[in-house]
Each structure stands twice: as C-alpha cells, then as structure tokens.
Ligand binder design. Structure first.
Ligand code: SF4
Length: 429
C-alpha cells in the first residue's frame, strides 16, 4: 500500500492518528495537538458573522453527498431573534451502502467533530446542537458520549465557553434505523418523534425546521473540516485541493480490490490513482467491469471513466455523482443484473412509502430484475424497466430517494445492456 506521510498541513482531518488508525484521540492528546484552539479563537475574538464569512470564503462543500456550499447554507438561517430557539443538527445517520467515513471520524477523532459543532453553533447562534446518529453505530455513540463528557468537564461545552457569553449543549439522538433519515427533513421529523417521512419544501429547515424553529443540518465530515479552516485560514484550505472543490475528502474503494480502504485525499486526484495507488487494483485474476463513484445512489461508470477526477463537477460531467466519495468496484465475474437487483432490494425496502411512484415503482423494479436474473424476462422487460426509471426520475417523486435509486439501473442498462438481454426468455440457451 502506498505509504502516505500525514501531517496537519496536508491531512487536516486524519493526521491526528499518525500510523495508528485503530486509535481514538481523547481530549488530552487532542489538546496537545492544538485541539480546541480554533474554538477558543472563535469564542474570544470573532463575531458569528465573521465565522460564516470565513466558511463562505473557504468554499467548503457539504460532504453528505449533495455538495451544497456550507457557508451559503448557513447564510440561509434568519437573523438571530432573542427568545427564538435555533438548532444545529449533525447528520450522522450514515447508511449509504459502502460508506463508513463518518463512522471512522466519530470513532477515532470525536473531539474534532465536537469542536466543529462548537464553532458552527457559535456562528449560527445556536445553544443546542443534536447529533442524529445511525442506530447501529453503537461504538460511535459510546465514544461520542465519553468525548462530550470530557469536553463538558473542561468547560468546552456548557455555559460561558472560553469566558464568552456563548452556551452550548450537544445531545446525541440514536436513530431507529431508516435510510430516509439521511434526508434532512425526514431526519427532523424523526427527531421530533414522528414518522420519518420527508417534509414539503418550502418552507426550508433554515426557516421552519426542528419544532418549527430555524435549523441547519450538516454532515459529520463537513463539520469536522471547520476547526482546521479556522485555525489555518482559507487560502491554506483551498490550496490543499488539486481542483475547484476545496480541501481534502475522505475517499475509498470497496469491492474485490486488493486493499479496500478509506483515505484522506485532495479533491482532483483521478479515480485511476484512487483504485491503483491506494486500493492497489483488482484482486488477482479479476478485472474491473464497473464502479460506483460514491454510494449506491450514484450511477455506474466504466473502466474508460477512470481518468476522471474525483470532484463534484467532473463526475457529474460524465453522468454520475461524486456522492460520498467512497467508490465500489464491480468485477468481471458479476452480471450487472444481480448487482442492480441487490441495490434495488435495498432501495425498495427503504422507501418511506409516502408517494406512490416510489412506494410501488421500486418493488416493480425488483420484480422485473428478479425475472431477468432467473433468465425468465419477457421480451419487453428492458423497455419496461427503462419506462419505470423515467417515471421515478427527478421531479416525479416527493424526494430524491427514488431518482437516486434508479441511477444504478439506468447506467447499468446504458453500459451493460447485453447483461440484461441475457436475462430475456427468448435468449435462454
Ligand atoms: S420518493 Fe420514496 S422515500 Fe421519498 S417521499 Fe416518496 S416514497 Fe418516500
């Protein structure tokens, strides 16, 4: 595996761990390495608007998948009004198949997230922040609870933080296990104790969010970037990247590669570098057939696309999405029908059921794919599948779940139509 020298200058998210990626950085070690210095700087010297402007200038994009500019999202929050509660929610409901970057950050560098929440809450003038945690992340919950207690003991959470008038409590809420809680309004409903269905937008959460109050929802990795931006400055942050997307990104490769894993890398490296220099290429005897750039809800790409750079615009220019940046390799021993069937079973099960096209349409994709897998597909099944995908496209369903769910089907048919044709009854040998 490529040996990487991790320093605070080049790997702001993960350098704390050095060579020991099984370690957890508790508060003493975190502080010895300048931890909480950024929060102190903010609480002592800055106004909330200063922090928002720094994050805006940094061009930090949300790392949950959509890539919305964080500073712009923060700016959508209305002006502070005394007596009106406002909330920040950390979206830690990481349930995208093949993605575990937020889990890694929470289990190994929990204080970086807490410091990120602290600074972001200061900027948004929030006195209560929530971490909406995936229910299955039991270990992360234990670690975060201990880290929050450590921070409270030293006065980094609670009242008058760093001698300022700023107060913050952080509450961990463990989810009950629903993929749709990754969607911010479904997450808010769930946090309120309601069924996790997405809400109508507008109004957007920035105006009417948790318990009807202004609310901002940010991802774990996004928030974990904030302390280093404050401490080292915007220009330093921008220069970390090789592309227009600023900073570094946790990227990975899973599947039958020689060295599946997760690495902090600058935006703008090619997928080919990620696969060959970091994941060490495919296992012996296997060749790459297809790859998903960043989670199950992104479209398949082929080996011909490996020269594309890992950044939001480049991946979208070739018809897919960067998503979470954790790529999945599919090797030549698989039929794409089986791979897509597996994904659609997941998406179909995780439909919240609110709107008919998604609730009924996704199970139909599963039925058709099952028939194709058994090589009992009727002549019109591929066309039917394509029509179903059109009916589930953006704008036809209530939220982005269904359009994301059909992205792998559409791209698999586009690039590997013969795999689907092999499932038709007329072609049965
Ligand atoms: S698209 Fe699916 S997940 Fe989204 S609201 Fe409709 S049924 Fe629910």
């Amino acid at each position: 595996m490529k040996k990487i020298l991790c320093t605070s200058e080049t790997h702001p998210l993960t350098w704390w761990l050095g060579d020991n990626h099984n370690n957890t950085i508790w508060i003493t070690e975190y502080r010895n390495k300048n931890g909480y210095k950024a929060a102190e700087k903010v609480c002592k010297n800055f106004n909330p608007i200063d922090v928002i402007n720094i994050v805006k200038d940094s061009k930090l994009k949300g790392r949950g998948g959509a890539g919305f500019l964080t500073g712009n999202k923060w700016s959508l929050m209305p002006q502070y009004e005394k007596g009106v509660n406002r909330y920040l929610i950390c979206n830690a409901d990481e349930m995208e198949p093949g993605t575990y970057k937020d889990k890694f950050l929470m289990e190994h560098i929990p204080h970086q997230l807490i410091e990120g929440l602290l600074i972001s809450s200061f900027a948004l003038q929030v006195s209560r922040a929530y971490i909406f945690l995936r229910g299955e992340y039991v270990q992360a919950e234990k670690i975060l609870n201990r880290a929050i207690s450590e921070a409270k003991e030293l006065g980094f959470l609670g009242k008058n933080i760093f001698g300022s008038k700023f107060t913050l409590d952080i509450v961990i809420h463990s989810g009950a296990g629903r993929y749709i809680c990754g969607e911010e309004t479904a997450l808010i409903n769930s946090l309120e104790g309601k069924r996790a269905n997405p809400r109508y937008k507008p109004p957007f959460p920035a105006m009417v969010g948790l318990w009807g109050k202004p609310t901002c929802v940010n991802n774990v990795e996004t928030l974990s970037n904030i302390p280093s931006i404050i401490l080292n400055g915007v220009n330093w942050y921008k220069n970390l990247s090789k592309s227009n997307d600023t900073g570094t990104k946790l990227m990975g490769f899973s599947g039958r590669v020689k060295c599946p894993g997760l690495w902090e890398l600058p935006f703008g490296i090619t997928a080919n570098e990620l696969l060959h220099n970091y994941a060490q290429g495919m296992k012996k005897g296997l060749t790459l057939k297809a790859w998903l750039p960043g989670g199950a809800g992104t479209g398949f790409l082929t080996p011909e696309h490996l020269n594309v750079t890992m950044e939001f615009s480049s991946i979208s220019n070739v018809g897919s999405r960067l998503g979470t940046g954790l790529a999945m390799a599919i090797d030549n021993t698989f039929s794409m029908v089986s791979i897509v069937l597996n994904l659609e079973k997941f998406f179909s099960r995780e439909s919240c059921g609110l709107c008919t096209p998604c609730r009924d349409g996704l199970p139909w994709t599963v039925k058709i794919l099952k028939m194709l897998e058994k090589k009992r597909g009727h002549e019109n099944y591929i066309t039917l599948l394509e029509e179903l995908c059109n009916q589930l496209n953006t704008g036809r369903t209530f939220c982005a779940h269904a359009p994301g769910a059909v992205a792998p089907i559409k791209s698999a048919i586009k690039y590997f139509r013969s795999d689907f044709e092999a499932g038709l009854l007329k072609n049965k040998l």
